[in-house]
Design a protein around this ligand. Structure first.
Ligand SMILES: [Zn+2]
Length: 325
């Protein structure tokens, strides 16, 4: 099982296992597509490994988890909790059943690992039902959660889990993952990795989605227009999305990352997440802290206006103006 990026988290998991100090609950949080579930599988593999150096990758347990996917779960003690209820969170009934099941001893080895994936819409009742198990789990239980944001959870729940921030890969790690694991040609993979800020999941979607490609191209063009103060060009790029609130919001998200990258580049910092380095570099040349604030605020304001159902056309036109004043 090859995992690209996030080496510090993997090392921490291995070290905790080697010292017999694995927590009873952990939360892997970060943007979708960064590999939260893949790391959760690695965590489970390490916890359930029966070899010498967990995860050995060779014992029957490791082999079973290596075959685990979103659909097939060959290891009887690695349990993906099924989504249920209206918002595809976890219903109280589902959580109750898990609490009952957790008391029962493992099938194969020493532990049972439960994965609650994508917990962002897990409601308060379900969390409260789970609280007791999270506070005092049987010693054989490991609870893993994934979410975009930590604040998806009540503080009472959060205080019982070890939070682990899942970071994006570098574009190079992302490119490697796309070529080695998904057989994508190197040039294509490089383009996708650069356009998606090292987010493997998003890069895979980008490759097969011309609309996403159009959005990243537009964000790059808009960044360039802001850098060179060409209002007409900026308005023209933005106007392409005035009929689609969802796409307009996605464009704003990409534009905000570009502004952020320009600021990072200005101060020689790493961790770029935007879709186009060239235009971010151009913008960094004319960037000041004040300008960064103004641009970021302008984009956020537009984002909120979109969310509040203001006319998309109006929001984008006024954004164009406020980015270049
Ligand atoms: Zn093993």
């Amino acid at each position: 099982m090859t995992i690209y990026g996030n080496a510090p988290i993997l090392e921490l998991i291995r070290t905790m296992a080697a010292n017999d100090r694995l927590p009873h609950a952990a939360l892997l949080y970060g943007e979708k597509g960064r590999g939260r579930k893949t790391i959760a599988r690695y965590f489970a593999m390490t916890a359930l490994c029966t070899g010498d150096q967990a995860p050995c990758g060779e014992c029957p347990s490791c082999r079973k988890i290596a075959q685990d996917t979103a659909e097939i779960h060959p290891h009887p003690d690695f349990i993906w909790v099924e989504h249920s209820g209206k918002k595809q969170g976890f219903s109280v009934e589902t959580v109750r059943n898990i609490c009952k099941d957790a008391i029962v001893a493992p099938n194969d080895g020493e532990r049972k690992v439960y994965l609650f994936a994508d917990c962002d819409s897990m409601d308060i009742r379900a969390q409260n039902t789970l609280l007791k198990l999270t506070e005092e789990p049987p010693s054989h239980v490991l609870l893993l959660f994934t979410a975009e944001h930590r604040n998806a959870f009540l503080t009472t729940m959060l205080s019982r889990m070890m939070p682990l921030a899942v970071r994006p890969c570098t574009p190079e790690e992302c490119r490697k993952a796309l070529t080695e694991d998904h057989g994508i040609a190197s040039a294509e993979a490089e383009k996708a990795a650069a356009a998606c800020g090292g987010n493997i999941g998003r890069a895979l979607a980008w490759l097969s989605n011309p609309e996403m490609q159009a959005l990243t191209a537009a964000a790059a063009e808009a960044t360039q227009a802001v850098a060179t103060r060409r209002l007409y060009d900026l308005l023209r790029v933005l106007a392409q999305f005035e009929k689609d609130r969802f796409k307009a919001a996605e464009l704003l998200r990409l534009l905000d990352l570009q502004v952020r990258d320009a600021m990072l580049l200005k101060y020689g910092m790493t961790g770029l997440m935007g879709c186009d380095r060239n235009s971010a570099e151009a913008l960094s040349g004319v960037m000041t802290v004040r300008r960064f604030r103004a641009l970021h605020d302008a984009v956020q304001e537009a984002y909120e206006a979109l969310d509040a159902n203001v006319s998309v056309k109006l929001v984008l036109a006024s954004l164009g103006g406020s980015m270049l004043t």
